[in-house]
Design a protein. Structure first.
Length: 369
């Protein structure tokens, strides 16, 4: 496997996520739907009763003393969803109060992309990072897509841009380009097909070619290369959460308790994957825990996911090597409520870019669905 430096082409490869619009004169979401006043956030008996089933699910993750702060926000968000005809899509890395409290659909990037294409509501609130909100928008161009904090970025998505992909095509003419969904719409518009960590190997092999450009995650590319005979040309991007884990760290867990099970995300470095009993996407990791019910397990991924799964399998003891995603943690109950009230921040994509990007995402979704 060969790896291309992340600084191949452009000086702005590591940039923030711009909010591009369909039209400078189009009405904003606030103008289309109106702005609502801040509701009462008192922890009343009505709120306590309405949110009691939710707290019963997360009581081992959220201290009782904190629930009176979360419960009114959850109650009002769920009320506003009905009023606005909105749905909330939440990634597996969201905190338990969001994941179990207000989300209508939860999952990994592939699951959320599929659900986004099925949504029947007027408004989608994306509780995840910006590229996920872009994916929801490109699959639902006529719907209003909101993200509670547009600064929720991704180190992988910011490691590459469209110009970099075009230069890669020049350097490797005729070689298909597969993009991990952790990329901007601009990048998705330049590639042949997208993939997620749950289907990356299968997508690469489905192309029926001896060589593939795989971007932007060098570690996921390394994992794919270990699982296939297809030659992988990778980009030198990395997830800032997963690249912090080390094989040495995991070996110490095993030394302390040889019976412990370790499951890892393929965005982790190869020495981490080598120590794992199982490697898979967030959805596959969750299914592995539910199917195998180990006594003790280390989930080598973003910290909140273990908390979310623990609520569903209370008999499993989760040992948490806690690396938090600073971008996912920009999403809070408070700013979810705020975006439903103010209809900010809306995700807009240049239609010309969106159409081409949508093609690469839909090829992935339709590959086996």
């Amino acid at each position: 496997m060969s790896t291309i430096p992340a600084a191949l082409g452009s000086a702005d490869s590591k940039r923030s996520f711009p909010r591009t619009g369909d039209s400078a004169t189009a009405k904003t979401a606030a103008e289309r739907f109106g702005i609502l006043p801040m509701p009462d956030l008192t922890y009343t008996d009505i709120v306590a009763k309405a949110t009691a089933p939710i707290y019963d699910k997360v009581k081992d993750q959220i201290p009782a003393i904190e629930w009176p702060v979360f419960a009114p926000l959850i109650y009002q968000i769920n009320r506003l969803k009905k009023q606005r005809n909105a749905v909330i899509l939440a990634h597996n890395y969201q905190t338990p109060e969001i994941f179990h409290g207000v989300a209508d659909f939860v999952g990994d990037s592939l699951q959320l992309a599929i659900e986004a294409g099925k949504v029947d509501a007027d408004i989608i609130v994306q509780c995840g990072v910006h590229f996920m909100a872009e994916t929801s928008k490109m699959l639902n161009p006529q719907k209003t897509v909101l993200i509670p904090d547009s600064r929720a970025g991704c180190s992988l998505a910011s490691s590459i841009n469209g110009a970099d992909v075009r230069l890669l095509r020049e350097a490797y003419p005729g070689v298909p380009v597969v993009a991990y969904v952790n990329t901007t719409a601009e990048v998705k518009a330049e590639v042949d097909i997208c993939c997620t960590s749950s289907n990356a190997v299968q997508i690469v092999e489905s192309l029926g070619v001896p060589k593939v450009i795989f971007l932007p995650d060098q570690y996921l590319a390394s994992y794919v290369a270990s699982q296939t005979d297809v030659e992988i040309i990778s980009w030198k991007g990395a997830c800032e959460v997963h690249e912090r884990f080390t094989g040495e760290e995991l070996r110490k867990y095993r030394e302390n308790d040889p019976s412990i099970k370790i499951i890892a995300h393929p965005e982790c470095p190869p020495d981490v994957v080598a120590e794992a009993d199982f490697t898979g996407s967030t959805a596959h990791m969750i299914n592995w825990v539910k199917d195998n019910r180990p006594d003790k397990v280390v989930m080598v991924t973003e910290c909140s996911m273990a908390s979310n799964v623990a609520a569903e399998v209370p008999e499993v003891n989760f040992i948490k090597p806690c690396n938090l995603c600073p971008h996912m943690k920009r999403i809070t109950l408070a700013n979810i409520l705020d975006c439903l009230l103010t209809m900010e921040e809306e995700v807009l994509i240049d239609p010309a870019v969106a159409e081409r990007a949508r093609n690469s995402v839909e090829r992935m979704i339709n590959w086996k669905n």
